[in-house]
Design a protein around this ligand. Sequence first.
Ligand code: ADP
Ligand code: MG
Length: 463
Amino acid sequence: MVAEAEMAGRVVAELREACATPAPRLNEVAAAMEGEMTAGLREEGRSKIKMIISYVDNLPTGNEEGFFYALDLGGTNFRVLRVQLAGKEKRVAKRESKEVLIPPHLMSGSASELFSFIASAVAKFVANEERNDMPDGKQRELGFTFSFPVRQTSIASGTLIKWTKAFSIQDAVGENVVAELQTAMEKKAVNIHVAALINDTVGTLAAGRYNDEDVVVGVILGTGSNAAYVEEASAIPKLEGELPKSGNMVINTEWGNFSSSCLPITEYDQALDEESLNPGEQIFEKLISGMYLGEIVRRVLLKIALLSTLFGNVNHTKLKTRFILRTPDISAMHHDETPDLSFVAEKLADNLKIRDTSLETRKMVVEICDIVTSRSARLAAAGIVGILRKIGRGVPGDERRSVVAIDGGLFEHYTEFRQCLESTLVELLGEEASRSVAVKLTKDGSGLGAALIAAAAHSQYQH
Ligand code: ADP
Ligand code: MG
């Protein structure tokens, strides 16, 4: 048994070392991120991160008024939302939304099936919400949050570059997703105009800005991960045509695809990547986002189970099942404060059929969760620092207040993750400079944010 514990101890020690993210390494990551960002702004295809021009050059001010719709497609659920904006004082006067689960077979079927399913849900929602409360007969304006990499050609058109996360619908790649949605809705006789195509990060930035004018970065830490920020239009060589009047342009970085030799990558990450839907892609996302953290932990536990009998004489079928351990599960284990780690015992039993564990073994499981999650949170912080340095924010001598709006279940619900991210920002920016940088949980960027951008786009178009 002693030898077994040693064996497992060695696996954990090696994991700890391979996942180490001391500050100098994170500063390298931030610098590499900044470098890739600059390259990506110069010319299409110059960088691993796409630095997509969002065509959002005006963020909401708070003065917007009227009823607006939003559609959020990006994770496992999609949502339809209707808001009534009532100007500076009253802000969001009313808000209704509905969440619909996407049947898994539609995630890898055909584009027309997916969009038809979505259009039906929108039709139902609109009919239901407007029964007692018709807006003034005008055409309905909708902001479409589509959280996949898109080559945007204007504020309301863009072609899908590739799917990420759990989606893989081949006939949609290269297509204009706004046209597909608009057509599907026309087929269902829903009178809605898709006024803006946005990414959830851009929506988060907009929703953040609506409530706080110092918001300059929006970050998603949910199933996937991405970031958007406000760039000076003159710092975007690849931006063609006239510069926007505001002088600014929101850039959707698509940082999930960042990769660099300075990233701490383990054998588990490599295997996960090779067996994924998109091998070689979204390397940064695979290290930090909620879709993958539980899966990385599962792979470590499997290795230990194969090398030792610390988990008892278990059947490995469950442990070998990909994605059976989810990030909310590792979050529950990580936050277990019972003296005998009974939540850990419960999760191991329920998810993996591991029933007889010693307290020592359960502590080891918690440590594995901690190693994987800390690496994730610290890398996310390094990415944020890369963006802040790119725009000269939160650096010595900069007096401005800078706010980072963050959305996503990983950041919202995983307390250890969130605290680690926040303390790492202070560590990297320094006590002094970090005082002018704030992080704010900004929920519903992909809903409210999209509606706000539709409103801003619509009013610009009218004037
Ligand atoms: P999406 O990213 O799909 O739009 P969310 O922002 O709600 O949706 O994020 C959902 C993701 O957040 C889940 O896939 C999961 O990885 C993570 N998550 C949700 N709840 C928790 C939790 N309690 N602890 C840790 N992570 C969580
Ligand atoms: Mg989301």
